[in-house]
Ligand binder design. Structure first.
Ligand SMILES: Nc1ncnc2c1ncn2[C@@H]1O[C@H](COP(=O)(O)OP(=O)(O)OP(=O)(O)O)[C@@H](O)[C@H]1O
Length: 227
């Protein structure tokens, strides 16, 4: 496997239950790539992301992501696979009864961190990256939607992932805040972490032009131009 390759799908068919959602998917993602993922509701964007984070299994073709052969994933591999991926969804999924710091600590403990100093340092490090160092002790409801989404991105960065998968990360945000979040994700990609963003927002794609892939009629199309 070439050193820069983060994801490689070859001839993969993607099913939800018995329904073939996407067929013969070929996809190559390198270190530091920033990719827009578009397509109508129900076209298969989330299903494609699910294949990458081991929530759907590959039954035909071959797939590789962050060091794992997706066709051979055992249940015990999945937590380790997910540590190398950062997942960011539209609804922020922060624990509402815990502070920013406690939300991040919770994930770190769950993913095997034990040293208190290392945990504290890493939390400050990721909050610095998303510009929220001063919000350490705040509760989620004390933050704006954009700030909450930044905490979710900070959480996704904790284990230094090779790729961030973001499913409609700006779906609940106003246009200016959406741009700030995408700018942050762009910066993250420039530092070497690949980023895939599923979105319906063509305006933001035009603001931040990059490679576009599209789910359409059961296929994944490459190098799409949205005009
Ligand atoms: N858990 C499931 N069980 C069965 N079918 C499903 C399941 N989840 C999704 N599907 C079906 O798979 C197809 C693709 O859905 P998917 O969620 O991947 O689309 P999407 O492009 O992400 O849509 P959206 O833009 O609305 O998020 C749809 O036909 C959907 O109904």
């Amino acid at each position: 496997m070439i050193e820069n390759t983060i994801v490689k799908l070859n001839g993969v068919d993607i099913f939800q239950q018995k329904h073939l959602v996407l067929s013969n998917v070929n996809l190559h993602i390198d270190k530091g790539d920033f990719i827009w993922l578009i397509g109508q509701t129900g076209s298969g964007k989330s299903s494609l992301l699910k294949i990458l984070y081991g929530d759907l299994y590959i039954s035909s073709g071959s797939g590789y992501a962050v060091g794992y052969a997706l066709g051979k994933l055992a249940d015990k591999d999945i937590p380790f696979l997910r540590r190398k991926l950062g997942i960011v969804f539209q609804d922020f999924q922060l624990l509402t009864d815990r502070s920013v710091e406690q939300n991040l600590q919770f994930v770190m403990r769950a993913t095997g961190w034990t040293d208190k100093k290392q945990i504290a340092d890493r939390i400050l490090d990721v909050l610095e990256k998303v510009g929220l160092r001063s919000k350490l002790k705040k509760m989620p409801h004390e933050l704006s939607g954009g700030e909450q989404q930044r905490v979710v991105i900070a959480r996704a960065l904790l284990n230094n992932p090779e790729i961030i998968l973001a499913d409609e990360p700006t779906g609940n945000l106003d246009p200016d805040t959406s741009e700030e979040i995408v700018l942050l994700l762009k910066q993250i990609s420039l530092s070497g972490t690949a980023v895939v963003v599923a979105t319906h927002d063509y305006h933001i794609i035009r603001t931040f032009p990059s490679r576009i892939i599209k789910c359409e009629n059961g296929r994944v199309l490459e190098d799409v131009n949205i005009g």
